[in-house]
Design a protein around this ligand. Structure first.
Ligand code: BTN
Length: 245
C-alpha cells in the first residue's frame, strides 16, 4: 500500500480529520498522525488521553474491495497488525481482547477505533481506523490506571514513537495485503492465535445491557459468543469485555 502521510504536531483528533479527508475522497493509504491530540476519541464515546511524547496517535483510511457488510473484517486485520507490533516492540507476548484491544500482561496498550462510511465520489466505501498505542506513558489517569499500560511500563525503557509508527505501518501493510490477496480466512486464523478472550469468564457491556457468562468463541461473523450457566448462548456483535476471573 502506498502511504500518504499527513503529519501534525497537535490537532483535536486524527480520526476526525481522517473522516473529513475520506468524505472528501482521500485515497486508501492516507494516514493522519499527530504528536498530540486535544480531543482524542476512544470507543463508546470515551476520551483517549493523548499527551505529546507519550503515544502514537494515527488514523488510516482504507478502501477494501469488499461489500459494505464485510467491512467489520478490517478491524480484525488491524488488531492482528497492532498486536504483532506490540509484541515485536516489547519482546513480550501481546494478545487481543475481542474485538480489538491489544493487551500486554493483561493491560491495554493499544486501542483501535473503526469507523466506516457509505460510499461517495464513486469510490469504494472508506474505513477509517484510528489507532492509539501507549508508548512512553508512565502514569495514567486514576480511572484507567489499573487497566492500562505502556511499552515503557512493561519493558522499563523508552521507545521512539517514530519507531512504533514505522513498525505499525509495515505490519498493517503486510496483513492488509494478506487480506486483499487471500481473503479473511488467514486473518481470522491469526486473530484466533492471538486471542485471549475465549475461555474467560466475562461481563460484556452492550447497547442492550450487560451479558455475563463464559466467552466461548468468536464466530465467523466476528461476534463474541457467550455461554450462560444454563448452557444457552448469546452472540454479541459490539460491546466491551470485562474479565471476571
Ligand atoms: C479505544 O477506545 O480503544 C480506541 C482508541 C482509539 C484512539 C485513537 S488515537 C488516534 C485516533 N484518533 C482518535 O481520536 N482516536 C484514535
Amino acid at each position: 500500500m502506498q502511504y500518504i502521510i499527513h503529519r501534525y504536531e497537535r490537532i483535536p483528533s486524527t480520526s476526525d480529520l481522517a473522516v473529513t479527508l475520506a468524505e472528501g475522497g482521500a485515497p486508501e493509504g492516507t494516514v493522519v498522525i499527530a504528536g498530540s491530540q486535544t480531543s482524542g476519541r476512544g470507543r463508546h464515546g470515551r476520551v483517549w488521553s493523548s499527551p505529546a511524547g507519550s503515544g502514537l496517535y494515527l488514523s488510516l483510511i482504507l478502501r477494501p474491495d469488499k461489500p459494505f457488510a464485510d467491512l467489520w473484517q478490517t478491524a480484525f486485520v488491524l488488531a492482528v497488525a497492532a498486536c504483532e507490533t506490540a509484541a515485536d516492540l516489547s519482546g513480550l507476548p501481546a494478545c487481543i481482547k475481542w474485538p480489538n484491544d491489544i493487551l500486554l500482561n493483561g493491560r491495554k496498550i493499544c486501542g483501535i477505533l473503526i469507523e466506516a462510511r457509505k460510499p461517495g465520489h464513486d469510490l469504494r466505501s472508506p474505513v477509517i481506523a484510528g489507532i492509539g498505542i501507549n508508548v512512553n506513558t508512565l502514569e495514567f489517569p486514576p480511572e484507567i490506571s489499573r487497566k492500562a499500560t505502556s511499552i515503557a511500563l512493561e519493558t522499563g525503557r523508552q521507545t521512539a514513537v517514530e519507531d512504533v509508527e514505522d513498525r505499525l505501518l509495515s505490519a498493517v501493510d503486510r496483513w492488509y495485503t494478506v487480506y486483499t490477496d487471500a481473503g479473511f480466512t488467514p486473518i481470522f486464523t491469526r486473530w484466533h492465535e492471538l486471542d485471549c478472550t475465549a475461555g474467560r469468564t466475562v461481563s460484556v457491556s452492550t447497547s442492550g445491557g450487560i451479558v455475563d457468562g463464559t466467552a466461548v468463541e468468536v464466530n465467523p461473523h466476528g461476534d463474541l459468543v457467550i455461554e450462560h450457566p444454563d448452557g444457552c448462548r448469546t452472540s454479541v456483535s459490539a460491546g466491551e469485555v470485562f474479565f471476571r476471573d
